[in-house]
Design a binder for this molecule. Structure first.
Ligand SMILES: [Zn+2]
Length: 245
């Protein structure tokens, strides 16, 4: 389903899978994240052509996780990402695909890399900014003229986030704290939100951090709506396991 966020920004939602966002510029379209499935990425490319009469001219990966990058292969345009995203994706081997239950193909790596920030202009100015925490390479997109923030998995709405072995909770909190104020916050997964979604995510990660260092008892999150209202409780257990090992 496609949801209009502003005149130039649309979200292609796929229930709980990663959100794909399109930013319609003067000459072309920026696509944020490409989904786990190349076939789905192909249908997104076609949709963009039909819907905007323009082509995807730039792809951006918010981070290396496969549900945000595997669709890269169908695009013959520059792929922008943080330099660590490319490094992480270089480590995807046949064994990694096996664990995902997907037949191996050679991933398309990002080829336009940045370290702190990258500015892109095509009628509207789009900023790509490094914001680690969920993963070391995580980055977000800020479009000042539309007051839109596209967070990747730094913010997840209505669903428990994926906290992985290379997540760093303190760094994640710092990133959440310095995110630009925006009217529309498009998370990596879940519904379109606003500044409240950023606050809820901060609170969530902060409580997990406190739980890990013994400053919070498990029952305190068991009764917290910011935890109980999120889907996929098994993700929470999985995250806590990831953090302790
Ligand atoms: Zn992720």
């Amino acid at each position: 389903m496609v949801k209009k966020v502003t005149e130039n920004v649309y979200v292609i939602e796929h229930e709980e899978a990663a959100n794909n966002v399109i930013i319609v510029g003067r000459k072309g379209v920026v696509l944020v994240d490409t989904s786990l499935f190349p076939e789905k990425a192909k249908s997104i490319a076609k949709f963009v052509r039909d819907f905007t009469m323009k082509n995807v001219t730039l792809v951006f990966n918010t981070h290396y996780h496969p549900d945000h990058t595997f669709g890269n292969v169908v695009f013959d345009v520059p792929i922008l990402a943080h330099e660590l995203t490319r490094q992480k994706m270089q480590q995807f081997d046949t064994g990694y695909f096996e664990t995902l239950g997907i037949e191996y193909f050679e991933p398309r790596l990002p080829d336009v890399l940045f370290e702190d920030e990258f500015e892109y202009e095509d009628g509207i100015k789009v900023l790509f900014i490094h914001g680690p925490g969920h993963t070391p390479d995580s980055s977000y997109v800020y479009i000042p003229s539309e007051s839109v923030l596209i967070t990747g998995d730094t913010v997840i709405n209505n669903i428990h986030p994926e906290i992985v072995t290379d997540s760093n909770l303190s760094v994640w909190l710092k990133t959440l704290d310095k995110l630009p104020q925006a009217k529309h916050v498009i998370p990596g997964h879940g519904d379109i939100g606003n500044s409240e979604s950023v606050k809820a995510m901060y609170d969530y990660i902060e409580k997990i951090r406190k739980l890990m260092i013994g400053e919070l008892a498990p029952y305190e999150i068991e009764s917290d709506p910011n935890f109980t209202n999120r889907q996929h409780a098994e993700m929470l257990e999985w995250s806590i396991r990831n953090l302790t090992t």
